[in-house]
Design a protein around this ligand. Structure first.
Ligand code: TYM
Length: 338
């Protein structure tokens, strides 16, 4: 076993990856691979909690795997959640270490249950959606992760994860689970360009997110029409959410020179939002064009990558199996080898 600290994170296969996912999490996933023992999941059990199509789910799962590889995630660090069913087993056990009252406080459930209602024909909200954070705790604790790189929207789920770990440890009388720490990037909350009061997300619709593979023309249109403000705050110490978001994006793209220039111009009152948006477009375009190129290469090796993922999932499953064995022992369940 390596003595490196372990990092665990995951993403749902619900369609395209956008720059919120990238700057909030995936960019960090890629960087952390050098220094840590990293495990990254495509969590298809989670994606079943909202109304969904089975055929599309499998397509999206493979699609997301290939996209993550194109963004720089190593195939040997990736697994598909349903190939490691121990997550679901630990989910059940953790259900009995998590209070119903705590789950009722989860803000994501409040937002998502509303969306589920709107998406389904019969106002259907699954029990899985309510229980979602407990499965997320199982995803993290099953690998005894030290760090969890995620966006700001996951803070509450991480808090719950630590609470479950604590309760389990207390009840079985052993410090078995590590309490994982949240790891934020410098851009833990990317906002929608069309409506900076909400976060960038797929569920709000096409205009509220920018894909990491966005085609140039569409990218230009989305960035150039980004909502800023009337310009009243230019030259002051204050900044609107829309302007702040564009600055965050330029910086996260690594365009520090453009960032410094625009920031100086904002402060001395000479900034023009047209030029500022052009700088943001150029910063994003330098990434999208690289990712699109990588994607073509990945697609040419699609079959090989899929085989690698099946293998890495089997390797990662061994860690999960050991945890389940320990947990069953500690929790008073049966552990018989048939
Ligand atoms: P998901 O699939 O919604 O998003 C994947 C990652 O992207 C981050 N993110 C953002 N960061 C900054 N700004 C945004 N606008 C933005 N939108 C999304 C998310 O915070 C996340 O890190 N519940 C998780 C998936 C999950 C998970 C886990 C994560 C399941 N099990 C275990 C960590 C550990 C989710 O729905 O992420």
């Amino acid at each position: 076993m390596s003595d490196k600290k372990r990092v665990l994170s995951a993403i749902q296969p619900t369609g395209e990856i956008h720059f919120g996912n990238y700057f909030g999490a995936v960019q960090n996933w890629v960087r952390l691979q050098e220094e840590y023992d990293c495990i990254y999941g495509v969590v298809d059990y989670h994606a079943m909690t909202m109304p969904y199509s089975p055929k599309k789910l499998r397509e999206n799962t493979w699609g997301l795997i290939l996209n993550l590889v194109a963004l720089g995630v190593k195939p040997e660090n990736l697994f598909i959640q349903s190939l490691v069913p121990q997550h679901a087993e630990l989910n059940w056990i953790f259900n009995c270490f998590c209070s119903y009252g705590r789950l009722q406080l989860m803000t994501q459930f409040k937002d998502k249950s509303q969306q589920a209602k709107e998406k389904s024909e019969d106002n259907f909200i699954s029990a899985g959606l309510f229980d979602y954070p407990v499965l997320q705790a199982a995803d993290i604790l099953i690998y005894k992760a030290d760090f969890v790189p995620v966006g700001k929207d996951q803070d509450q789920h991480l808090e719950l994860t630590r609470m479950i770990a604590n309760r389990f440890n207390n009840q079985v009388g052993k410090e078995y689970f590590v309490l994982p720490e949240t790891m934020h990037s410098e851009a833990p909350k990317i906002r929608s360009l069309a409506d900076p009061m909400r976060k960038m997300s797929k569920s709000a619709g096409e205009k509220h997110y920018v894909s990491v593979f966005e085609e140039e023309k569409r990218l230009r249109k989305k960035v150039m029409s980004a909502v800023t403000d009337s310009g009243d705050l230019i030259g002051t110490d204050e900044m609107s959410e829309g302007v702040d978001n564009l600055f965050t994006i330029i910086k996260a793209c690594g365009h520090t020179e453009a960032y410094d220039q625009c920031m100086a111009a904002y402060k001395d009152g000479s900034i023009r939002y047209g030029d500022f948006k052009t700088a943001a477009f150029e910063a994003l375009h330098s990434l999208t064009s690289k990712f699109i190129e990588n994607k073509a290469e990945v697609m040419a090796n699609k079959k090989e990558i899929k085989n690698q993922i099946k293998q890495s999932s089997a390797e990662i499953r061994k860690i999960a199996q050991q945890t389940i064995k320990d947990v069953k022992e500690l929790a008073g369940l049966m552990n018989v080898r048939f």
